[in-house]
Design a protein around this ligand. Structure first.
Ligand code: PBG
Ligand code: ZN
Length: 328
């Protein structure tokens, strides 16, 4: 016997009613596409660990991005992939005016002025040791020196024309240092700061480190990225970055950390919340679909729905090109 207080079906039987039940509708404007810029200017090099993704040379960028902008792409995030010969202990090459990131910012802003250009800011792609900051003699992180260098790099990306800077290094106090640097440079009104606040030490970054050639040469990142089982550190990092002037709060990875996305939405209800569906999540979904586990489109759209349901309004995903098609 079905009771009157058991009845849910009527509310979503008719397809027109289903969107009324959904927390937030996915639009093209909810997406940011992370791309890898190699310093081999004429190259377009497939990334074996990330199907359909390439390391893009500056001279190949327009041909890759133009069709996506045509389809409604609104935002990209840049990662630099320099060759080993320019790497040193201090990440001197990170803000080289002739380096891949600054060249890409200038080209993208010239060709696609309306496209929001965000830059990941970190040192690991540029350090010989592969860690995200400067090191002390004993190979621990020198937080002060790291923050100083990261803020300098962020401001130089902003000066080159970036619309958003997003430090992924996880040093303490870098938000405040970058915000102050942007203010001092007269850029704080037009360059936003996206905090990789709750960034966990995750196995899911594997394909990325392969793509960006940014793996640590010794040790790992667990002294600065958060322990996966910790909710408290994630919450404290979110609250800290709000205090230090972040404009957008990000949680990373996404699917294993949906509770933290929900925490971010509760702790920072007046900030946009972003989720980064990272390289390992991308590869998992891709390979599972290829193995016939599920339909790619259905699974990707479900993953997007889960992130929005958890509380985010911006999603960084390597599925952006497919989503721009599917959202037509
Ligand atoms: C660099 C950085 C990483 C990612 C974004 N910025 C790798 C890491 O911290 O090891 C991961 C992105 C991805 O896996 O897609 N600090
Ligand atoms: Zn890093």
């Amino acid at each position: 016997m079905v009771h009157i207080d058991s009845l849910l079906h009527a509310g979503y039987h008719n397809p027109v009613q289903r969107p009324w039940q959904v927390e937030r509708t996915l639009t093209k404007g909810s997406l940011m596409y992370p791309i890898f810029i190699t310093d081999e200017a004429d190259s377009l090099i497939p990334i074996p660990s990330m199907p359909n993704q390439n390391r893009i040379g500056v001279n190949r960028l327009e041909e890759v991005i133009a069709p996506l902008v045509q389809k409604g792409l609104r935002a990209v995030m840049l990662f630099g992939v320099p060759n080993d010969s320019v790497k040193d202990a201090l990440a001197t090459a990170a803000d080289d005016p002739a380096g891949p990131v600054i060249q890409a910012i200038k080209l993208l802003k010239a060709k696609f002025p309306a496209l929001l250009v965000s830059c990941d800011v970190c040192l690991c792609e540029y350090t010989s040791h592969g860690h995200c900051g400067h090191l002390n003699e004993d190979n621990t992180i020198n937080n002060e020196a790291s923050v100083r260098r990261i803020a300098e790099v962020a401001v130089n990306y902003a000066k080159a024309g970036a619309d958003n800077v997003a430090p992924s290094d996880m040093m303490d106090g870098r938000m405040r240092a970058i915000k102050q640097g942007l203010l001092d440079a007269g850029l704080s009104h037009r360059v936003s700061l996206m905090a990789y606040s709750a960034k966990y030490a995750s196995a899911l970054y594997g394909p990325f480190r392969d793509a960006a050639c940014s793996g640590a040469q010794f040790g790992d990142r667990s002294a600065y990225q958060l322990p996966p089982g910790s909710r408290g550190l994630g919450r404290r990092a979110i609250e800290r970055d709000v205090r230090e002037g972040a404009d957008i709060i990000m949680v990373k990875p996404a699917m294993f950390y949906l509770d933290i996305i929900r925490d971010a939405k509760e702790l920072a209800p007046d900030h946009p919340i972003a989720a980064y569906q990272v390289s390992g999540e991308y590869a998992m979904i891709h390979h599972a679909a290829s193995a016939g586990v599920f339909n790619l489109k259905t699974a990707v759209l479900e993953s997007m729905a889960s992130l929005q349901r958890a509380g985010c309004s911006l999603i960084l995903t390597y599925f952006t090109p497919e989503l721009l098609e599917w959202l037509n």
